[in-house]
Every structure is written in structure tokens, then in C-alpha cells.
Design a protein around this ligand. Structure first.
Ligand code: NDP
Ligand code: GDR
Length: 373
């Protein structure tokens, strides 16, 4: 029997990798996409199938986590064996600007899905994965953070996700639903949204290397994160739904680095050696040397990194470090891609598009490179 999965947030970073992964496993995959005035399906265009084709295994439905009637209708139609709730307003800084919307989509959206499963009598059939987050630990109470570490959320995003975490646990305990939280630490890839820190760095520096931008403006570069690759993390999302008993798992690499370190690695992949000078809001990244041909627009002495307090958060999560021991012991999961390999992959991908843009510009075409993050 072909298994059927429904993914909310299928057009996002994780949704696209998970859809690929499940299709390879032979699943029929349904995804919920939001209606937008332009197509927003770039991350899944390569797996898109014409719905007119008989036996198409990848299907998209218009929907929104803020609309319970629509979620109920899609669930009724799809009758999924597995639901992956990845849809969210997922940007921590944006959640301070849109707290109510974030609470509605990230918190209430999860409840809407769980209630729809119950309302349709799918509790015995449908397994549920909730995209929980290391942001729950916020002001950390223990190092490293594991499944039993107390939560202390530090943003409207994290508080909304705290509700989603507990309502998932509650539906498991109250109604016997197979429902799990994956407490995932930061994971990135060339498909990462352009305003998250790693992608902002790799894209910004690649653009600078090709003369499309001059300065990378950053917030708190002392922040420490435990970064993994999204491909490794979606595999674990699936593994969590294949167990006999539903349980919550921390997914992390167990290693942490600073944002400043990630900037230095990215610059190195472009042949740029950076020196940091000054401190606090006056800290700058100065080019010490340039080698190879990847950064033709950069010269020794250029200041290519500056701090802009606009990117500081009202309350920051300074440090996160996960302990994935439970995932390793119970599921045999270990990450396969290191953060350094991932950084190289992201820089290479952004350099390729920067080169394309630079070529267009050289031949007189207007190139709009958005730098407002
Ligand atoms: P993205 O921001 O890349 O993707 C979010 C997805 O949610 C997009 O498909 C987006 O649609 C969709 N979405 C946003 N609002 C709504 C809405 N109102 N109704 C329906 N769908 C909506 O996030 P990631 O792929 O990185 O993360 C996936 C999930 O995992 C998120 O829930 C995130 O909070 C969580 N998470 C992520 C981590 C990470 O490091 N990446 C770590 C821990 C948890 P559109 O394309 O239209 O914007
Ligand atoms: P995060 O990721 O908030 O951890 O949430 P993000 O990449 O946005 O920030 C990581 C750290 O970098 C610091 N930082 C900056 N961040 C951004 N975006 N832009 C900057 O210019 C900048 N300068 C410094 C931040 O202050 C922060 O400390 C991500 C999201 O994917 C969430 O959905 C997910 O739940 C968590 O990871 C785990």
C-alpha cells in the first residue's frame, strides 16, 4: 500500500527536502501552499507534477494554517497516514514585528491541525510530526540542551512554538494520537531563506565578491549556534514517525560556533581572509588578503562587514548547543554533513548565482539584488 503524507510548509526549506525524501521512499506526497500574488514554489518546482497526469505522486493544495475549515477539508480529502506540520512564520526577528500573526499561525495553527485530525476521526490512522525548535530553550537552563532541559522562550516565535509543543504532547496523552515533537536546532542549506543568518552571509559575501554589493550589515555576531544540514534533519523527521511509540527528540550536531566564525569560513571559501577589528557596534570585518579568482571585486583593506544595531533583537538567544544522544541511541540517527561542508556548499551555490547576475550587469541588464534584510 502506498503511504500518503501531507506536509504543511512544503514550499519552505525543510518542506522541499522532506517532499523529495518521501517521494524517493515511494510515498504519495501532498503539500499545502499559500496563495500568493506570484508563484512561490521555486523550491519544489523540480518535483512538481502536472495534476492532469494519472497517478501523479506529488500534489499541491491551496491552504493556510490560519483557516481551520480549509485544513479540515484538505485532511478529509487526503486521508494522510502522516502529517508533517512544518508551516510557520519561522523568522524569530520578524515575530517581534508580527507577534499576533506568529502566535496564530505557529501556535493556533498546530491546534487547528490536531483538532481537524480528531474531528475527522483520524486519530488511529494519522501520525503527526510537529516542527518544534531549540528556540524553546531560549535563555538556556542547562548546557547542552536535551529533551529534559526546561524551556525559557525569548521571542513571540518561541512562545508560540511552546504552545504548539505542549498541545502536541497533550493530544498524544489525551487522545492517544501518535504525535511527536522534533526539537530541531538550526539547520541550513542552499535553500535556506535569504534573511536567516547563514544564507544572509553566504549570499551577501558572494555578491560582494562579484561587485554586486559592498557591505554585509550584521546584528549580534557573538551569537553561538549548533548548525546542521537540513537534508540530515528531514531524514530524522521521517524516522520519528516510524517508531512503535511516539516520542520527542532533540536533533542537533552537538557542536556550536559563532556567527563571526561562519562569516570567516564563508569569506575563506571565496579566497578572502578577513580580520575583525573594534568591538560592539563598532566592530568591522577588514579584508587582509585575497587569493584565487572568486572575488575579483574585493581589495585588501576593504571593509566588507559592519554591525547595524537594526539587526539586534529585543531579547536575544545568545547560545544554543544540543545533545542528540537520545536520537543516536534510539533511532541510530547521526548527522552526515558537517557545518563546514554545508558552508562550502552554500557559498558555492550563492557564488554561482552572483556570477550570473554580474554577467548580466556587465552586459547592461538591470540587476536588482535585494540587500534589505
Ligand atoms: P521556512 O520559513 O523555510 O518555511 C516555512 C513554510 O511555512 C513555508 O512553506 C511558508 O510558506 C509556510 N507558511 C508560512 N506561513 C504559513 C501559513 N500561514 N499557512 C501555511 N503555511 C505557511 O522554514 P523552514 O523550512 O526552515 O522550517 C520548517 C519548520 O521548522 C518551521 O515550522 C520552523 O519554525 C521550524 N524549525 C526550523 C528550524 C531551522 O533551523 N530551519 C529549526 C527548528 C524548527 P511560503 O513559502 O508561502 O512563505
Ligand atoms: P534563529 O536563526 O533566530 O536561530 O532561528 P537566524 O539565522 O535568524 O539567527 C541566528 C543568530 O544569528 C544572529 N544574527 C543575525 N540573524 C539574522 N537573521 N540576521 C542578521 O543580520 C544577524 N546578525 C546576527 C541572530 O541574532 C541569532 O542569534 C532559526 C529559525 O529557523 C527558527 O525558525 C528556528 O526555530 C531556529 O533557527 C532554531
Amino acid at each position: 500500500m502506498t503511504k500518503v503524507a501531507l506536509i504543511t510548509g512544503v514550499t519552505g526549506q525543510d518542506g522541499s527536502y522532506l517532499a523529495e525524501f518521501l517521494l524517493e521512499k515511494g510515498y504519495e506526497v501532498h503539500g499545502i501552499k499559500r496563495r500568493a500574488s506570484l508563484f512561490n514554489t521555486q523550491r519544489v518546482d523540480h518535483i512538481y507534477e502536472d495534476p492532469h497526469i494519472e497517478n501523479a505522486r506529488f500534489k499541491l493544495h491551496y491552504g493556510d494554517l490560519s483557516d481551520s475549515s480549509n485544513l479540515t477539508r484538505i485532511l478529509q480529502e487526503v486521508q494522510p497516514d502522516e502529517v508533517y506540520n512544518l508551516g510557520a512564520q519561522s523568522h524569530v526577528a520578524v515575530s517581534f514585528e508580527a507577534p499576533e500573526y506568529t502566535a496564530d499561525v505557529d501556535g493556533m495553527g498546530t491546534l487547528r491541525l490536531l483538532e481537524a485530525i480528531r474531528f475527522l476521526g483520524l486519530e488511529k490512522k494519522t501520525r503527526f510530526y510537529q516542527a518544534s525548535t531549540s528556540e524553546l530553550y531560549g535563555l538556556v537552563q542547562e548546557i547542552p540542551q536535551k529533551e529534559t532541559t526546561p524551556f525559557y522562550p525569548r521571542s513571540p516565535y518561541a512562545v508560540a512554538k511552546l504552545y504548539a509543543y505542549w498541545i502536541t504532547v497533550n493530544y498524544r496523552e489525551a487522545y492517544g494520537l501518535y504525535a511527536c515533537n522534533g526539537i530541531l536546532f538550526n539547520h541550513e542549506s542552499p535553500r535556506r531563506g535569504e534573511t536567516f543568518v547563514t544564507r544572509k552571509i553566504t549570499r551577501g559575501l558572494a555578491n560582494i565578491a562579484q561587485g554586486l554589493e559592498h557591505t554585509l550589515f550584521m546584528g549580534n555576531i557573538d551569537s553561538l549556534r549548533d548548525w546542521g544540514h537540513a537534508k540530515d534533519y528531514v531524514r530524522m523527521q521521517w524516522m520519528m514517525l516510524q517508531q512503535d511509540k511516539p516520542e520527542d527528540f532533540v536533533i542537533a550536531t552537538g557542536v556550536q560556533y559563532s556567527v563571526r566564525q561562519f562569516i570567516s569560513w564563508s569569506a575563506e571559501h571565496l579566497g578572502i581572509k578577513l580580520r575583525f577589528e573594534g568591538s560592539g557596534v563598532d566592530e568591522i570585518g577588514v579584508v587582509e588578503s585575497v587569493s584565487g579568482d572568486k572575488a575579483p571585486a574585493v581589495k585588501v583593506g576593504d571593509v566588507i562587514v559592519k554591525i547595524d544595531p537594526r539587526y539586534f533583537r529585543p531579547s536575544e538567544v545568545e547560545t544554543l548547543l544540543g545533545d542528540p544522544a537520545k536520537a543516536k541511541a534510539k533511532l541510530g540517527w547521526v548527522p552526515e554533513i558537517t557545518v563546514q561542508e554545508m558552508c562550502a556548499e552554500m557559498v558555492a551555490s550563492d557564488l554561482e548565482s552572483a556570477k550570473r547576475h554580474a554577467l548580466l550587469k556587465k552586459h547592461g541588464f538591470e540587476v536588482a539584488v535585494s540587500v534589505e534584510h
